[in-house]
Design a protein. Sequence first.
Length: 84
Amino acid sequence: MPMFFEILVRIDGKEKWVDGRKVFKYLLEDYSKISYGGKTVDPYNTRIKKFYSNIPQELLETWKGAYPNVDINAQVKKCEAWLL
């Protein structure tokens, strides 16, 4: 059974309960002009893991050059662990 919730809104000075799903659909698709085309957003931990596994080597080398006394790979792993 899909989750159902209502939101109390005021339209022309009158309060009315509306379907929360419709409000969010409007905000995401109509108001912001975003179309997800049936795609879903990856779970948080998956997005974090993808981000940290795709840091360009050039950027890592830049950090290593800027901070020669720091173990950049260890720090990146700490950053990922902190967010997870």
